[in-house]
Structure formats: structure tokens, C-alpha cells
Design a protein around this ligand. Sequence first.
Ligand code: ZN
Length: 597
Amino acid sequence: MSNPVLTAVAWPYANGPRHIGHVSGFGVPSDVFSRYMRMAGHKVLMVSGTDEHGTPIQVQADKENASPQETVDKYARQIGGDLQGLGLSYDLFTRTTTGNHYKVVQDLFSALWRNGYVVPKTQLGAISPSTGRTLPDRYIEGTCPICGYESARGDQCDNCGNQLDPADLKNPRSKINGEVPEFIETEHLFLDLPSFAGALGTFLSSRQDWRPNVLKFSQNLLDDLKPRAITRDLDWGVPIPLDGWRDKPLKRFYVWFDAVIGYLSASVEWARRSGNDDAWQEFWTNPDAQGYYFMGKDNIVFHSLIWPSLLLGQNGQGDKGGEPGAFGTLNLPTEVVSSEFLKMSGAKFSTSRGTVIYVHDFLREFGPDSLRYFISVAGPENQDVDFTWEEFVRRTNFELANEWGNLVNRSISMAHKNVGAIPNPTALTDDDEALKSLSRGAFEVVGGHLRQSRFKQAASEAMRVVSAANKYISDQEPWKRKDDVARRDTILHTALQVVQDANTMLTPFLPHASQKIHEALGGSGVWAAQPECQDVEDLDVPGRINPILTGDYAGEQARWESTPIEVGRPLDKPSPLFAKLDPKLGETGPEWAPVVD
Ligand SMILES: [Zn+2]
């Protein structure tokens, strides 16, 4: 049996609807990967949820004249709907405001505390002089003390990626009203990151197969680890389970601390909902299990250094030793897969700066598969990419409609018209054998790329088979073989077999289209399963309803192999797969977008 695979997907923040830049970084790549791994025979657990704590939620709630809970209820539902619409096959997409999450966060913290990896310290906290309220880190802007970038945020510099403390910023100012924040002394708990330096160094040096940018970036930070605050002065978050802290209404865990533990809490919740409370262990404490973490590049440090530190501390494996906590000995990440940014006309997609294309608008107009394809083949896998409507139209019209849609349509149409079923092949020529062997061989090549999260190369290799099949049909001219029906049928059979193979290889990218093609080839039942939105009762807070995303992927038929098509299976006239877009869209963009905040 193949290794169990945990796909841990970055948690979208629930202070508004998500845009296509977000889903290109964490969403689509993690789903393509998970769908491939399931097809290749791995047991996969794909989890995430909405990240619902922290001061930006409070700020958004104030703007909407709502409570933080009302605000996150609204956006959790909206974001879940978007991800469902994209066909992201989460086993569980939950949220950080569940009773289960609170308990897992507190249990993990307790192990860190007992093992001595958390230390109390006084630090300077920012308040707004005009209102007297705590000023959120992200709402403080200033010059990065490390690289000199002038628009660094209080918690992080988007230019050099370093974690920051607002008090370290040069020339700090409030992004809300421009005033200079006042810094006052306040007590907080800190994760003692320096006491993981040795263990993290050993961990990173065992991960030589990571993308070099992720590995080097993380190793460079090792020499300069500082204790990092895990609590905040705010009333919206997970309470701290320590005497003297738990009852203080203004002390909560910092949102990054609780959110990153979500990978574990969502796995535990999935297990509890599955009827086997311990089922999560197969993916977390089984030494054969592998954990793949997907995120945008601004989140690398949380997954390559901070989350491994929390795991090591819980396990009692940091430089101070200790005993494993309530979760036993948890696995460290196998792979940290980060994407660069999808930009629009050079500006980073961001709800706070510039232009936005929301996922729900995009899905309404174009459906999921053209976006999934665009992100896979032209997305920000290795470098920042500018999203242009011109490129989107070109990829959709020339690659999906003209190449792939046309191959499917003309092979099935010809077989339908001439035979009414999958034709019977006779003696194969060298050309037939060559195409079939190219197609069979591509499974290994495409699969190898997907296993290593090289989505562009994987999609391009699969599309090479499609191009070869189109050329084969044009060269063989089956429509001219009226006098040699046996040869015609052999050509059509060969083409349909390659359609079947290419459809299998494109299933992780185009799961909706692949289901239709499966049916157009005479298949029935579920080929590629889709997630569904459900309202479920919180497992620990009776009466509370949570929107979740889940699915049953065990029954789907797609397997990563060449499946012989069945001669004689009836074929109907196919309907077109991909609608061609108006080329004018490429010049002007749609009327409804981009939305400018
Ligand atoms: Zn910087």
C-alpha cells in the first residue's frame, strides 16, 4: 500500500471574499496534487478552513457594524462556496472558531508550556493615541529594519519576507488614520524559537529536495531566530489555558499561532466526524505518512520554521528536550510547496491595494475548469505572473477549446456517426503504435511532475499527447476511409483510446470536464468526485451550526493508468466541452471586472 498523504492547504482569511490571486497560490495547486495522489493509489487527507481570528476581523466587523462572529459566519460560507465551485476536493474544509479547534490549540500549547518552550516577557504593544485601542500589527506600516522596504507591515515585510515586530519598524504610522502609534508595555507569551535552532537545522538539512528558494530562505533565517509572541491584547481569539491568563478578556492567542495549528485540528475534526476518533493518526503519527503544505510565498516561514517548531516542541524534540504531548510524536512537513504571486498589471492582487477579481465573479462567468487550467499552466508556480485577460482568452480558446475540446469532439463525433459505438480495431500500423506508446508513456512523465508539484510541466506534457493525437487524426484522415472501414475503425479506436488516456491525465486539472468526457465515452458513475457544502452542528458547542466542505472521493473511478476502452460501448453525439471566449474580452477585459476597492 502506498504512503498516506496529508495535504495541508493554507487557510484563507475570513475578512472578505477571496480573489483569484489567493486560489492560484494555495487552492488549485493543492487540489491538482491531491487528486493526482488519490488516482495514484494514495490515501489522501486534504484539510484546511477559514482563518477567523485576529484584529483584521474585528476591524472588518466594525466596518460592517456586526460582531466578529457574524462577520466570519458570512465570509466562511462565501469562501466555502467559492472553493466548492472551483471543485477543490477537501476532505474537510472547516474553520478556526469551532470548539474542536479551541481544544486542539490549547492542548498543543499546554505541551509546549510543559516542555519549557514558551516564556512570558514584557514587550511594547501599539495603541492608537486617538482611540486608546490596541492597534493591529497589520495596520501599522513603516520602513523594514532589515531591507529598508518603505511599506512593510507591522507583522511582516512583503519585500524580504521576514517576520517583524511593529516596534521595530522605522517611521511607524497607522494605516487606519496615519497617526504615529504609541507603544506601551504589556506582558505576553513568547515561543522560544532560539531553542529550536539545532533541531530545525537538522530538520532542514534532511529536506534537500525542497525547492531551493524555500530551503535557502529558511536556512538563512536560522541564525537569527528570536522569541516570537504567541499572544495578543485583543478579545477575539482562543483563550490561553493558564492560571492568571485564561480569564483575562484582553489576552488571546495571536491569530498566526492558532491558525497554523488548524492543520492538526481539522484532521482531528475530520476523524471525529468519520466515526473513528483516532483516524487522523494515520496521517500524523505514522512514520510512513507524508505531509505536503501548500501556500503563497509570503507564508513560507510559518510552514518551514514556525510550524515545525511547534511540532518539535509538542513532541519534546526541541533543543531543550521534553515529553510528547497529547498528540504523541507528530510528523514534520515532508514538503513545503510555495507559489509566487499572481498579479494584475504588475500590482499584487490585494484587497487593500489595487485591483481585484473575485472568485465568485470569475466562476459565474467562466466556470471552474478554465481558471484551474490557466492557474496550472500559466500560474505563478516559479515566478510572479501577471494575469492578463488576453492570456486567459488565448489559453482557453487555443488550448482548451481548439486543441483538447476539438480532439474529444471530433473523435467521438466520427465514431458516433460511423459506428454508433466504440469501434473494433484490427491490425495496428507503426503510426498507431507510436501514438499509443507516446500516450501510455506519458503517465509516468506527467505523474512524476505532479508528484513534485511541477504543475506547468505536468499540464504541458499531457497537452503534448493531445497535440500528437490531433496531428495523428489530421494525417490519417479517417473521413477519407469510406472504402476501408477496418482501417477507419482502427484509426478511430486508436484516437478514442488516446482521448481516454489524455482525459485521465488531465483529470486533476479539469475534474469537471473529465467527468463529462468519461460520460461521452460511454462511461457511467463518478469519475472525478466533487466536494459539497454542508451545514453541520459543532462537535463541542451544541446548537452551533458550521458550514463545512467535504466529499466522498473513495468511490471515484479515475485511476492513474491507461484503461482500455470497451469495444462496442454505445456512443452518443457529444456536446461541446469548452465554450470559446469572445476575443474582445482579451482586449478590454469584462465589464464587471476588475473591481477597484
Ligand atoms: Zn524587509
